[in-house]
Design a protein around this ligand. Sequence first.
Ligand SMILES: Cc1cc2nc3c(=O)[nH]c(=O)nc-3n(C[C@H](O)[C@H](O)[C@H](O)COP(=O)(O)O)c2cc1C
Length: 232
Amino acid sequence: MWLFSKHETKINNSTGDFFTKNKYCLRVIKLMDTFDAIKERRAVKHYDVNHKLTDEEVNQLLSLAVLSPTSFNIQNWRFVVVKDSEVRKQIRAAAWDQAQVTDASLLLVICADLKSWKDNPAQYWINAPKEAQKFLVPAMGPFYEGKEQLQRDEAMRSCGIAAQTIMLAAKAMGYDSNPMIGFDSDKVAEIIKLPENHIISMLIAVGKQTQPAMPRGGQLSLDKVVFTDKFS
Ligand SMILES: Cc1cc2nc3c(=O)[nH]c(=O)nc-3n(C[C@H](O)[C@H](O)[C@H](O)COP(=O)(O)O)c2cc1C
């Protein structure tokens, strides 16, 4: 797939080639194949401090993130885009001084709303067929009500899937990323003014690497992690 910037005029001729009318704004990016993005995504620690993601790129990443699946379509993730360099410094101080927090072009705090399931549940099925709405909307409350652990599990499930979506999309756009849980969650919650009934899942740094990741730490073989039918 080929991506053109907004300012370019693209003409698709019968052979499928693309051109721009103005040669000075030719910028064609070949997006990466999904398998390659999965293989090439690594946790990268060193970033170019001078590189900035454009607002369009950030918007693209987040627009892809919100296509991630959630149970009952509750869309419980919340994404804090940390733009203020002072806030970045405060988070870095609460995150074992990890340089990625301030150096990467983009820092996201991936959070979740533990109660999104009861915030007007009909909104999550507004476009579904009436029969599906009738079944799904009233099922959500009883499924989650009073089950605090389930609500938390759900938050972490949704955020984990969204995080991987962001990291793979970033890789496909030519960027690297680093998921992080090395931080004091209470301190970061205070810094970002995390609302009640919300939790933080992880931080993600995204940017241009200046040094590649270390060689993979050591992969378990499939026979250690894959079981057929039962564990024993
Ligand atoms: C939820 C999560 C939290 C992580 N936290 C940190 C962190 O705080 N700092 C860090 O340098 N790497 C962190 N990592 C990166 C892991 O160390 C890395 O993903 C793992 O070693 C596998 O390497 P790879 O991602 O390059 O394949 C984290 C990864 C995940 C998934």
